[in-house]
Design a protein around this ligand. Structure first.
Ligand SMILES: Cc1cc2nc3c(=O)[nH]c(=O)nc-3n(C[C@H](O)[C@H](O)[C@H](O)COP(=O)(O)O)c2cc1C
Length: 151
């Protein structure tokens, strides 16, 4: 299966998890591309500098940090300008600083799901990594195992 991991990352946390996930998919024999959404302006009104094309992929993983209890605006913008996700298998994950899902992660995943649904695909797997948690390493391990196995 051709896998595309599409990541937006400002300070590298989400990118690091995406790199670990890429390795996990590759170990299972998949061909994986990791592509970065590039945006200018880090505030609420970013502009896209690079918007990866998702059309080559069978399975797409969208990955983003949580910003202000929501999906990072750059990822929100990126998802809104996608052509079409019909027929794609879609997963997503977010990273957040705080320890509880309700401190942004749940809302960000919900936003990710509704943005993908508007483009014709359901997000069928998702995960949240809490960066300040003592359990962070275990969360990353669980995420990479779960998403690369599809269960
Ligand atoms: C503008 C901004 C807002 C943030 N808001 C939240 C938040 O609401 N909840 C949270 O848990 N972490 C929040 N964070 C922390 C990031 O989600 C966290 O550090 C994430 O892992 C960063 O990912 P990155 O290194 O891929 O950019 C915020 C960070 C920034 C820069």
């Amino acid at each position: 299966m051709k896998v595309g991991i599409i990541v937006y990352s400002q300070s590298g946390n989400t990118l690091l998890v995406a790199q670990r996930l890429k390795k996990a998919f590759e170990e299972k024999g998949h061909t994986v591309s990791l592509e970065k959404v590039e945006a200018s302006g880090e505030g609420a009104n970013p502009k896209l500098i690079f918007a990866p094309d998702v059309s080559p992929y069978d399975l797409i993983v969208f990955a983003s940090p949580v910003h202000a209890f929501s999906l990072a605006p750059a990822m929100k913008l990126y998802l809104s300008q996608l052509q079409d996700l019909k027929g794609k298998i879609v997963y997503s994950f977010v990273t957040q600083q705080l320890k509880k899902d309700w401190m942004g992660g749940n809302h960000a995943i919900k936003q990710m799901k509704s943005a993908c649904r508007e483009k014709g695909a359901e997000v069928i797997m998702d995960s949240i990594v809490h960066w300040s948690s003592n359990e962070r390493e275990g969360q990353i391990e669980a995420l990479t195992n779960k998403l690369s196995a599809g269960k």
